[in-house]
Design a protein around this ligand. Structure first.
Ligand code: ACO
Length: 306
């Protein structure tokens, strides 16, 4: 039997910190409101989608001990590529000195889990080393005069070096979904800013996270009690609390970084994963439930044995 496992991981954040207090000087908002309604205290702004992806990938590849020529495929999950054409994966591939295939995948904030599941599928077709990245610079698509979105979105990247192994591998079950009829509740025209119906996103987010998380658990043959850590999309602490409650898991099991990062879209789940692993909270053998949602609307869950 052939499976796959994350052998290396890395993350990258821009240097510039923007606190809620900083936003008070340009927006009709305040720190107390933002913390209470979202859980976000500060976020990182700057850099490019490919630049952050490259930084995170170098760390992941070094930790896995991968030489560039041994990588079989690169998947970059992003909804904010550097350019319309070509894919930002081309830049990342070139800068890392890779010679393999490379493509962007756009499933908004669910993108990293979509890419991770795709990587496990490619391993079944015979590939051995797949670099999976989630990178977004949503600050470029944010109207900094719109307090409904400017308080939420930020920049970052996370990467995972996924390698074929003998045996069943780490992916125990997954669920991917999309409801295109709701695509209008969060969108941005080419060259334009994001528009969002925050309340509607909130309502649907909780619903799909619960349904999708449960579907992935069922396919893994597990229950929520078997889960050691939930690594959710980092959009809003109230969404995470509500989803955990409805999934029947203590919120203490949720790994969160959004107080420091804001919503970094496709980077949010790998940023939380890397934080959980590097802090020693996630240990080998632990069972993790990834659960994400995003524009589209898309959703994605995966149960992984670390
Ligand atoms: N600062 C201060 N007051 C504000 C702000 C702000 N930034 N924004 C709104 N308010 C006010 C409103 O005007 C309103 O005032 P009123 O009662 O006098 O009318 C009050 O606060 C409540 O506003 P709501 O919009 O009802 O606030 P809510 O509790 O819904 O929080 C939020 C808004 C934070 C946007 C929330 O709806 C949310 O997080 N939604 C989900 C967003 C999300 O996850 N998006 C990412 C999707 S993933 C992807 O694909 C990128």
């Amino acid at each position: 039997m052939r499976g796959a496992q994350i052998k290396g991981w890395g993350s990258a954040l821009p240097e510039k910190v923007v606190t809620n207090k900083d936003l008070e000087s340009t927006l009709d908002t305040n720190d107390e409101w933002i913390v209470e309604r979202t859980g976000i205290r500060e976020r990182r702004i700057g850099g490019s989608t490919s630049g952050l992806a490259i930084e995170a990938s170098r760390l992941a590849m070094a930790r896995a001990g991968w030489e560039p020529e041994t990588v079989d495929l690169l998947i970059l999950a992003t909804t904010s590529p550097d350019q319309q054409i070509p894919a930002s994966a081309s830049t990342v591939q070139n800068e890392l000195g890779l010679t393999c295939g490379a493509f962007d995948l756009n499933a908004a904030c669910s993108g990293f889990v979509y890419a991770l599941v795709a990587a496990h599928g490619f391993v079944q077709t015979g590939l051995s080393r797949i670099l999976v990245i989630g990178s977004d610079t949503l600050s470029r698509l944010t109207d900094w005069e719109d307090r409904g979105t400017a308080i939420l979105f930020a920049d970052g990247a996370g990467a995972a070096a996924v390698e074929a192994v003998d045996g069943p591998g780490e992916l125990l079950g997954y669920d991917l979904g999309s409801d295109g009829s709701a695509r209008h509740i969060l969108d941005a025209d080419i060259g334009g800013y994001m528009h969002m119906d925050g309340k509607e996103v909130f309502r649907r987010a909780v619903r799909v996270m619960v349904a999708s998380g449960n579907a992935a658990l069922e396919r893994a043959g597990l229950t929520i009690d078997d889960i050691d850590h939930v690594v959710p999309h980092q959009a809003n602490i109230r969404i995470i609390e509500s989803a955990c409650k409805k999934l029947g898991v203590p919120v203490e099991k949720a790994v969160t970084v959004l107080d420091r990062t804001g919503n970094t879209s496709a980077a949010s789940i790998p940023l939380a994963l890397v934080d959980g692993v590097d802090s020693g909270r996630i240990q080998p053998g632990d069972t993790i439930l990834f659960v994400g949602f995003g524009a589209g609307m898309t959703w994605a869950s995966a149960v992984v044995r670390w």
